[in-house]
Write a protein of this length. Structure first.
Length: 658
């Protein structure tokens, strides 16, 4: 039995390759509709809970009024004004009172609709803001609840999906209300021309153009798709254009390659020729001449219909009826286009909302134990028994059958070449990951039996992978001990121990300085596009708050200060230090390690380092690793006397200094 082909198809449009799902009647529409309905119901319920019943139902009423009743009632009132005018023209005298009432009703209706529409828009903006915050909290909560094992899938969700949830609901709602309004509009037209029997025919000629346009010009946004630029000349042209960015400026100027870049850019443009580089993929299927002609004719059908009626049955319509029908035809076409628009844009957004809700499925939390951790007065002890470990998604073993013992309060130094497994041991001891096989004991008890939160409180780590948060420097340090994050004296003392006093001192805002802002907080287009620039506006741009940059070594000092702040909790019994000083000079590194050793009382300390010297000579135990195993262990003197791997690495560093 032959296997079915893949459910995708690929084609080229301009410089892009488009990959889409193959259409399948069996499962595509029914499955998507079912999933979309479930998502819509959950989304509606969440919006209802966030907005409250009063605001939610008021928003529904205002939306229904604008999309449903106003268009039909408004059209009727306009038709009434035209009818009064036509009767007056026939009689040779217009009834001013009747016309005034008709115009007044239309004006009041127009004012009421405008007011309700404005009120409704403001209400929707408030609800949008509240619900966006709720969805952002939901995303943040699920991401923070995920451990390192599941973090990659959790963080891959579109960052913008939580921002379009409310708009997805509104667009689906508008599609429903406009559909209802369209039905009422058709009913009004049928009643208007019921005596002539032209209702169904008129509906056909009014809807022919938007229906054909929708069927003959499907866009990518109605189906799942991938868009990828493939043309090599287009790709190279964009790569060369990217060299104009500020970060390349120094290299470009110093390398004297400006002429080369410009020549290659012109060459890429020449080779690309007239290939379409626009977003031609938005219109997925290109139409031929016959399709364009059919659409043009469909658009003119109402006019042809009116002309035919005027010739075949001149008395079928009066002037006001004809004018009302003409306006109705235009309104129906616009309403149908709106339905298509809301469905085409709302359905994909609804699918994006589902990706937000699916974050719940991707949450991967470390299995928690039931045992409360009771700290040992001297620090944590560890025993690893035949531990092996492979990182998620890999088969290679980062650790192979490792066994070791660490006593409470010991200063342990782990050394070895890159990739030998040093950092992996730290990640297992701090339970960022669980061992693939073997067991790890803390104070004689399996590490998995303890409550994870209790272990986290008793541990502190300082690694080269730590980052500064997009918060103030004070919070960056203070969050080492969240309970004392507002204690400025304690924060300054931690900064002194971490060597960050000078970094903070040179900042204009001191501890209140924020180094990294979330993207999008500042932007301007002053001076872009050859626009004339007002001097005061240019000065205002210059006065915009500037981001503050620090060096790699200064970042490491600030992160180290956070670790010293963590010690103030009094609960830390294990300190893991993994190459935190790669950007520090030898004097600063020595000072950092000396400060760490000074606060080691009642703590087990484990250092991972490439640099030997003063640290290894003070270690109680040195573990020398190679290719995922511990090949040697002992004191500095013992390992030098053995003349093995540690001695070889120590001699290499000693010769480098000599």
């Amino acid at each position: 039995m032959s296997s079915a082909g893949p459910p995708i198809q690929s084609k080229r449009l301009g410089v892009y390759r488009i990959v889409t799902e193959k259409y399948s009647v069996n499962n595509q529409w029914s499955k998507k509709a079912s999933q979309g309905l479930r998502t819509l119901l959950r989304l509606t319920n969440d919006i209802y809970d966030t907005a409250g019943p009063g605001s939610f139902f008021l928003m529904l009423v205002l939306t229904v009024w604008v999309d449903v009743f106003d268009r039909t009632v408004g059209l009727h009132l306009v038709g009434r004004v035209l009818a009064v005018i036509e009767e007056g023209l026939k009689a040779g005298r217009v009834d001013g009172t009747t016309l005034a009432w008709a115009v007044a009703l239309r004006t009041v209706g127009l004012g009421l609709t405008t007011g309700l529409g404005y009120w409704g828009a403001r209400l929707r903006m408030k609800m949008d803001s509240r619900f966006e915050a709720k969805m952002q909290e939901f995303v943040l909560k699920t991401k923070l609840a995920t451990d390192l094992t599941g973090v990659s899938s959790n963080l891959s969700t579109s960052q913008a999906a939580d921002q379009i949830s409310y708009s997805a609901f509104i667009q689906i709602l508008r599609a429903l209300t406009v559909s209802l309004g369209t039905a009422l509009q058709l009913g009004y037209v049928f009643r208007l021309v019921r005596s002539t029997g032209h209702g169904p025919i008129l509906a056909f000629v009014c809807l022919a153009h938007p229906v054909l346009e929708f069927l003959m010009q499907p866009t990518l946004w109605t189906i799942s798709h991938i868009v990828e630029a493939m043309d090599p000349h287009y790709l190279r042209m964009n790569s060369l254009r990217g060299l104009g960015e500020a970060k390349y400026r120094q290299d470009i100027l110093m390398g004297d390659v400006v002429g080369y870049v410009l020549r290659e850019f012109r060459r890429s443009v020449r080779l690309l020729g007239d290939t379409d580089v626009g977003q031609s993929y938005v219109q997925y299927e290109r139409m031929g001449y016959s399709s364009h002609l059919a659409l043009k004719i469909a658009k003119e059908l109402p006019m042809l219909y009116y002309a035919a009626i005027a010739i075949l049955n001149p008395g079928a319509f009066n002037l006001s009826t004809l004018a009302t029908l003409h306006q109705s035809e235009s309104l129906l076409s616009r309403m149908f286009v709106e339905i298509v628009f809301y469905v085409q844009h709302g359905a994909p957004r609804l699918a994006s909302v589902q990706t937000v809700y699916d974050l719940e499925k991707s949450v991967h939390e470390m299995q928690d134990g039931d045992l409360a951790y009771t700290p040992h007065e001297k620090g944590m002890s560890f025993e690893l028994k035949n531990v092996s470990f492979s990182y998620p998604g890999t088969t290679a073993k980062a650790l192979k059958d490792v066994s070791l013992s660490i006593k409470p309060g010991q200063l342990v130094v782990i050394v070895g070449s890159n990739g030998s497994g040093k950092s992996t041991i730290i990640k297992l001891l701090t339970r960022l990951y669980d061992a693939t096989c073997g067991s790890i004991l803390i104070d004689g008890q399996d590490i998995k039996d303890y409550k994870v939160a209790d272990l986290r409180k008793a541990m502190a780590s300082l690694t080269q992978d730590h980052h500064l948060y997009p918060l103030s420097l004070g919070e960056n340090i203070g969050l080492g001990n969240p309970a004392r994050v507002g204690d400025l004296e304690m924060i300054r003392d931690a900064a002194r121990l971490g060597g960050a006093e000078g970094v903070i001192g040179k900042m204009t805002d001191g501890l209140g300085t924020v180094l990294e802002w979330p993207r999008g907080l500042q932007w301007n287009n002053v001076g872009k596009g050859n626009k004339a620039v007002d001097p005061e506006l240019k000065a205002a741009v210059g006065n915009m708050k500037k981001q503050v940059a620090v060096s790699g070594g200064e970042r490491q000092r600030l992160v180290a200060s956070r670790t010293f702040m963590r010690f103030t909790s009094g609960a830390v019994k294990l300190v893991c230090v993994d190459e935190p000083s790669s950007n520090l000079d030898p004097q600063a590194e020595w000072q950092l390690f000396d400060n760490l050793r000074r606060v080691r009382e009642a703590k087990t300390m484990i250092f991972v380092t490439h640099r030997f010297g003063h640290l290894t000579k003070r270690a109680d135990v040195i573990l020398c690793m190679k290719e995922g195993t511990i090949v040697e262990s002992g004191t500095h003197e013992e390992l030098v006397e053995m003349g093995g791997e540690y001695c070889r690495m120590f001699d290499i560093q000693a010769k480098a200094f000599d």
